[in-house]
Design a protein around this ligand. Structure first.
Ligand SMILES: C[S@@+](CC[C@H](N)C(=O)[O-])C[C@H]1O[C@@H](n2cnc3c(N)ncnc32)[C@H](O)[C@@H]1O
Length: 195
């Protein structure tokens, strides 16, 4: 396991303590370690350059993504609207990467809905969805004009929240613009590619 993954693993082990502080609502709900590693590999292998993460939480997933974009010279926009989590997310990234993380991630302390309507010509080749599961499909539809051809979309919890993700799964599997497979992690990650 590489050094950053080992450090993320150490942070995972402290997550119960973090939750017990009572500052972060009902849960942290981190991405599976294997899904995080898969996304990191995807970013590096395909040399992806522009990413969006919806639902960064305290940043377990963000650590895997930033570590990929530091290698490719790319940049991630990381969205989280719950401010106590944003503060902890920044502390986690500093612990993982030092102050260097700022080159590879823009943390946006806001909702996807507010961010997506901002003007901007940027196009994205990587998306990670980990927000409310019923929002995956409407958010994907809003993002479509901003996706590059060949963009990857990773959607977490398609096994653990199968019913809530069903509309999204029907869409990415039924629409010919996408190619879509499930990555069999514990919580299940749908990996789709815009043709
Ligand atoms: C499952 S947790 C994220 C876990 C995180 N990805 C990780 O691996 O550590 C989901 C997070 O999404 C945030 N969220 C939900 N809907 C959102 C939205 N529309 N815009 C931004 N953040 C959102 C919640 O505040 C919550 O912290």
């Amino acid at each position: 396991m590489n050094q950053v993954f080992q450090k993320i693993n150490v942070l995972y082990k402290k997550s119960d303590q973090l939750l017990a502080s009572g500052h972060f609502g009902e849960g942290l709900w981190p991405v599976d370690m294997e899904s995080g590693q898969m996304m990191n590999w995807l970013i590096r292998f395909f040399s992806l350059k522009r990413g969006v993460e919806v639902g960064a939480g305290v940043g377990y997933s963000t650590g895997f993504l930033v570590s990929g974009f530091l290698v490719t010279g790319g940049k991630l926009v990381s969205l989280e609207y719950f401010l106590p989590k944003v503060e902890q997310l920044e502390m986690h990234l500093k612990a993982l990467f030092g102050t260097e993380y700022g080159q590879s991630v823009q943390i946006v302390p806001s909702s996807f809905e507010r961010w997506i309507v901002q003007p901007g010509a940027e196009k994205y080749d990587f998306v990670f969805f980990d927000q409310r599961k019923g929002d995956y499909l409407p958010h994907l539809k809003m993002l479509m004009p901003k996706l590059k051809k060949g963009a990857f979309i990773c959607a977490d919890n398609v096994l653990s929240h199968r019913d809530e993700c069903q509309d999204y799964l029907n869409f990415v599997r039924g629409d010919k613009r996408f190619e879509s497979v499930r990555f069999e992690s514990e919580q299940g990650m749908e990996l789709s590619r815009l043709r």
